[in-house]
Design a protein around this ligand. Sequence first.
Ligand SMILES: NC(=O)C1=CN([C@@H]2O[C@H](COP(=O)(O)OP(=O)(O)OC[C@H]3O[C@@H](n4cnc5c(N)ncnc54)[C@H](OP(=O)(O)O)[C@@H]3O)[C@@H](O)[C@H]2O)C=CC1
Ligand SMILES: N[C@@H](C=O)C(=O)O
Length: 262
Amino acid sequence: MSKLPAVLITGASTGIGEVYAERFARRGHDLVLVARNKARLDAVAARLIQETGVSIDIIQADLTRVADLDIVEARLREDAAIGVLINNAGGNLRGGFLTQTPDDVARLVALNTTAVVRLASAVAPRFAEAGTGAIVNISSVVGLAPEFALSVYGATKAFVTFLSQSLSVELGPKGVYVQAVLPAATRTEIWEHSGIDVNTMSGVMEVAELVDAALVGYDRREAVTIPPLPDAAQWETYQAARQAMLPNTRQEHAAERYRTAG
Ligand SMILES: NC(=O)C1=CN([C@@H]2O[C@H](COP(=O)(O)OP(=O)(O)OC[C@H]3O[C@@H](n4cnc5c(N)ncnc54)[C@H](OP(=O)(O)O)[C@@H]3O)[C@@H](O)[C@H]2O)C=CC1
Ligand SMILES: N[C@@H](C=O)C(=O)O
C-alpha cells in the first residue's frame, strides 16, 4: 500500500491547527507542525505520536519573521514526503483601524497573507511537477463581510479566499487541489487575543466540529468550504452574480452613468 503524504500544518500548537493535526494523524499521515510555542508543539506531538504512532516533526517558527519563514519554505520545497500544506496560522488585532498601530497591522498582514502566499509558493511547483498535492488555506467568512468593520483582518482573509480560488484555476489543471476554508466564529484562543470573551458570543462553533466539516469539504475536493453555511446555493448564487458582472467591465468607454454632460 502506498504511503500517505505527510502534512505540514501551520498554527498547530492550539485551536483549529491542533485539531487538523489530530485528524490527519488519526488518518495515518506523518506530520510537520509549525508554530512559535515549542512547549505546546512538543505536547501536541507527544500526545499524537502516543495515540496514533505517526511520525511528527516540529518547526518552531514565527511566520512574521523572514528567517523563520525561510526555514519552513525550505522544508516545503525540499521534503518530497510532504503532499499537503495546511496554511492555518493566523491572527486578528484588538480595536479598530483608527487605533491599530502600523506595526501591528504590518505584522498581521505578514502572518495572514505574506506567510500564506509564500508557503503556497514554496510548495506549488513541486506539487505541480508531481501532478498531485493539496493546499488548504484557512480564510474566514469575515473576508466576505466589509460590514463587520474588521477592516485589516477581513482584507487579509479576502486575500486568502481570492488567492485560493485563483490558485484553483492555475493549479487545478496540474493536479493540485486548493481549498479555501471559511469558518465563522469558532471557539479558540483567537478571540482572547482579540480582546473578546468568546463566552459572551452566540453562534460559536466548537473547533472539532469546524475541522471535521472542513475535512468533509476536503474529501469532496470542494474549492471553497464554508462549514457554517447551510445552503450551498447561496454561495453559488453569489459567485454566479460576480461572474455575470465581469464581461460587462470590458468597455472602450466609461459607462453612461459616469459621463459628464457636454
Ligand atoms: N476561531 C475563529 O473564530 C476563526 C478562525 N479563523 C482562522 O483560523 C486560523 C486558526 O485560528 P484559530 O485556531 O482560531 O486561532 P488560535 O489563536 O487558537 O491559533 C492560532 C495558531 O496560529 C499560531 N500562530 C499565531 N501567530 C503565529 C506566528 N506569528 N507564527 C507562527 N504561528 C503563529 C499559534 O501558535 P503560537 O502562538 O504557538 O505561534 C496557534 O497555533 C486563523 O487563520 C484564523 O484567522 C477563521 C475564521 C474564524
Ligand atoms: N477570527 C474571527 C474573527 O476575529 C473570524 O474570522 O471570524
